[in-house]
Write a protein that binds this ligand. Sequence first.
Ligand code: CP
Length: 300
Amino acid sequence: MFKQKHIVSMRDLTRDDVDFVLDYAEKMMPCAKAGVRLLQSRILALLFFEPSTRTQLSFDSAMKRLGGSTLSLTSEESSVLKGETLADTIKVVGEYADAIVLRHPREGAARMASEISSVPIINGGDGAGHHPTQTLLDLFTIKKESHLHDLDIALLGDLRYGRTAHSLVYALNMYDANITLVAPEGLQMPKHIVSTLDSVRLTEDIDEVIRDVDVLYVTRIQKERFPDPNEYLRVAKSYRITLPVLEGVRDNLIIMHPLPRVDEIAQEVDQTKYAKYFKQAFYGIPVRMALLAILLNGAT
Ligand code: CP
């Protein structure tokens, strides 16, 4: 399918590509704990120039479950501290590894890396830009725990800076989802993304929509991306999902969150049947195993 391709945004993938990854991830489910030797002697480099728990560790785990190995580098450990450019770093790491997962604070960094890299670049999050592999696992979660066909979904929170939301809505549009974007004033999704969506509604009020959706996708306010700390404080506590907020929701509602969460979902919600965010984090393993197997082996 797309062996040796760069995965920088969801626009790099067709609907057929996405369906193929999701089907392949289903095949990987039994191997997500037991392992399978598909990528022996292959090496994945993990370049994380911004903090990460899930993306870094699940790629690491996925590669090792496939029989491969990983190299890890953060900005604090690398020669970037001595002034080396990202471009030179990518060129060199491409000599040591078969693919590179890059997380970087600058929007567009992964695209730039893909233009000069000799090995596939997988965007693990570029500033407030994109996070396509999070979207693949989000879609897999929706497929497993709800349904992708005829989906009513609300995305809640920081849709301005939240890269997981940016990538997800592009993909949901491929599946003709009915999308509601719920954000406090100043944090609504950028117009250039909204304008690409076929069925979309914008509101500031979660109470208006929460009873009419199959999936509620909650996001954290991205404190680290606010140029003005006072602006962050203005919106910091503008929404919170609690048990009373969930009264009257659809019986089959699922609540997702890319994590980390701060306090936008109360811990009491974790015990409800709606909460799927920890399962969502687990699905990162089979999905990233599938993606790596396809990119590096051309799995068919
Ligand atoms: N969902 C996600 O990207 O989490 P991390 O920042 O922990 O990788």
